[in-house]
Design a protein around this ligand. Structure first.
Ligand code: CA
Length: 661
């Protein structure tokens, strides 16, 4: 309410200024013509959105709509959820979007003035988008690519006018362009609050790749933003933008490099697409570390997720299927994915999240008619005219929208429920419980062990607080096809209680029933040691050179005579024949040493051939075949060592597994 009232006052002031009689309204004045009303409590909805407790009111809920103008020119109309045709910015404001991002290319046209496509995103379009955003109460992030077309981790081509310029010329050019472009955008009435100096500049910026030179250009661009901010009396923050946050070390190194070169910036921004850039937790951890170590704000400048694996405009999509477990390609999962990105960004103290090109929808469904529209208006990802600038990629593979399955509008331009995720982030929704996806069933089954399939299957629900499994019936024919005596992988089909088809993967293999068999896990409590010597002979040793695998091995040495056993108890569920294995190396154990592997089962003890230790890294494999074990019986598997004083060695990688019958 409070927010709306302030906006109403602004409108009244603007009207009064108009009444004042001097006839001019400052071009920089933000004139809000539309005010949205956002929820202040949980709302009922078709999709579930888990609230993010304590999310700040000014958390950036951003959307990149760089293609909107050419989309409209191409005949696209946007409709709200009720099917009413409305201005895109009105629909976005109602959905809770509070920030718009727009990319700027210096000169995305060929010599004849034909646009390269991808929105033909020049400064004038950015200014127009910024004005419309401000009219709807939304701030603007200006994303300078410092290129005439797409700049990303693979491409950072210099603008045509800057080609072959020396670095000091480029420093002046980048400052001049930044200043002029920002002034144009501000003069249109945009509420610019953040400026990106380059887009995904992992390898460089505007055709400059040498580290020291790149840093000079960033400093120069940043200086220009500061100058415009100061001259216009505005608070505008400078953001750098990288991608590949899954490479933690490299991302931290980028922040370190910026610090080493004293680049003046406020926000360390990243792209984070969950299907490309690692776990949510890692993303959050890296951003938190950058904030703590370098005192910078952070922000997710791009994210997205598919609502379908279908294509809407007869031009294949960049990401056919999201493929992240728990996020199928559905409207619900698209919303959940964005909510979860926002949650983990907020955990890291980030400013917010921008969704990339959520309104880039098909201009039509037929390839032939679409091609004419893409060429004429630039609403595809690239037009044939880009051949002069990017002959190897865009100039060859130009076409339509590769992002329509990641928009938050359907293929006809109608808003989907997922678009409202922005306004629902803080208080969440109440929605019918829905199965999003069944968890993958993967079973490792011991050779010779009867197959024991689970009676229920775990589910990803739209409400993650619900953890009930769902009953499943496995197909008799595919179960009958499993031969538990042969190591192989099988697919078992099943039907769940709600009628869904699922598939389990069963791998029949030598399951090793020994726990922590190589001593590499910290908990070694399953291993029982009985030392009948001086009591100082054994330890778990961390030294890769003395281990058969991993870093750790069970080690022995004493200046006194050595006499110990090391063993663990294993309870076997399926009766049958089992085998035991252990590996040992060492020396100086004396001629009367007794060293062997044993299995104790009921009142029977089975032993291997004695080990003959012949020196460092001369590993010997001890084995006991065919120990009969009853179902439910507990066996002890261990090594016994009696050796002379100053004998030494290590043992590693125990095994106890079922045999085919
Ligand atoms: Ca497409």
């Amino acid at each position: 309410m409070k927010k709306g009232m302030i906006a109403c006052m602004l409108i009244m002031m603007a009207i009064c200024a108009g009444c004042g009689g001097n006839g001019t309204v400052d071009a920089n004045e933000v004139k809000q013509i539309y005010v949205s009303h956002l929820p202040t409590a949980k709302e009922k909805a078709d999709i579930y959105v888990e609230p993010i407790e304590g999310l700040p009111d000014d958390f950036i809920r951003g959307m990149d709509v760089s293609t909107v103008i050419v989309e409209e020119e191409s005949g696209v109309t946007y409709r709200d959820e009720n099917g009413n045709v409305r201005d895109l910015f009105e629909i976005l404001a109602d959905a809770g979007v509070n920030y718009i991002r727009v990319r700027v290319w210096n000169n995305p046209y060929d010599a004849d003035g034909n646009g390269y496509g991808g929105g033909n995103c020049d400064v004038e379009k950015a200014a127009e988008i910024g004005r419309r955003a401000a009219e709807h109460g939304m701030k603007l992030l200006v994303d300078f690519h410092y290129s005439d077309f797409w700049a990303d981790p693979n491409k950072q081509y210099a603008p045509k006018a800057w080609a072959r310029k020396r670095i000091d010329d480029k420093e002046a050019l980048i400052a001049e362009f930044t200043e002029e472009a920002l002034n144009t955008i501000l003069n249109a009435g945009a509420d610019v609050r953040m400026v990106q100096i380059g887009n995904e500049i992992n390898k460089g910026v505007c055709g400059t790749y040498e580290e020291a030179d790149v840093m000079k250009l960033l400093s120069s661009a940043s200086g220009a933003v500061r100058k415009v901010a100061s001259a216009s009396g505005r608070e505008i923050e400078v953001a750098v933008h990288y991608t590949g946050v899954d490479d933690t070390a490299m991302t931290l190194k980028r922040a370190e490099t910026l610090k080493n070169y004293n680049v003046d910036y406020d926000i360390f921004g990243i792209s984070y697409y969950s299907y490309w850039h690692g776990s949510f937790e890692n993303m959050s951890k890296v951003l938190k570390e950058i904030s703590a170590k370098y005192g910078k704000k952070t922000c997710i400048l791009e994210t997205a997720y598919p609502f379908t694996s279908e294509d809407g405009d007869a031009n294949g999509n960049s990401v056919g299927s999201g493929g992240v477990e728990g996020y199928p390609d559905t409207v619900q999962a698209q919303a959940k994915n964005f909510r979860d990105v926002a949650f983990y960004a907020n955990e890291a103290g980030a400013l917010g999240v921008f969704y990339w090109e959520g309104a880039w929808v098909p201009v039509g469904s037929e390839r032939e008619s679409n091609e004419k529209i893409w060429e004429k208006y630039g609403s595809g990802w690239a037009s044939s005219y880009s051949v002069d600038y990017d002959p190897k990629d865009a100039g060859q593979y130009y076409g339509g929208c590769a992002w329509d399955n990641q928009a938050m509008f359907d293929f006809t331009g109608k808003a989907m429920p997922s678009l409202n995720v922005f306004k629902w982030l803080r208080y969440g929704t109440e929605a019918p419980l829905q199965v999003m996806e069944f968890k993958d069933v993967y079973i490792e089954s011991g050779i010779g062990v009867p197959l024991d399939m689970p009676k229920s299957i775990d589910v990803y629900y739209n409400d993650p607080s619900v953890t009930d499994g769902m009953e499943v019936t496995w197909d008799e024919d595919s179960l009958a096809a499993v031969d538990v005596n042969v190591a192989d992988t099988y697919e078992i089909k099943g039907v769940t209680a709600d009628g869904s088809s699922v598939t389990a993967t069963v791998k029949v293999m030598n399951v090793n029933y020994v726990k922590n068999p190589g001593f590499d896990e910290a908990d070694v409590s399953m291993w029982k040691v009985v030392d009948n010597g001086a009591g100082d002979a054994t330890d778990v040793q961390k030294k890769a050179a003395d281990a058969l695998s991993g870093d750790n091995a069970f080690h022995f040495y004493s200046t006194s005579a050595i006499d110990f056993t090391v063993e663990q108890e294993i309870t076997i569920e399926a009766g049958g024949e089992y085998a035991a294995v252990a590996n040992i190396q060492g020396g100086d154990v004396g001629s009367s040493a007794e060293i062997y592997l044993y299995v104790i089962c009921g009142d029977q003890t089975y032993v291997s051939d004695p080990a003959k230790l012949s020196g460092w890294k001369q590993w010997q494999k001890l084995k006991i075949d065919a120990v009969p074990v009853e179902a439910g019986e507990t066996v002890k598997v261990g090594m016994a060592v009696k050796a002379a004083a100053k004998g030494w060695g290590t043992m590693d990688d125990f095994e106890f597994y079922g045999l085919a019958r």
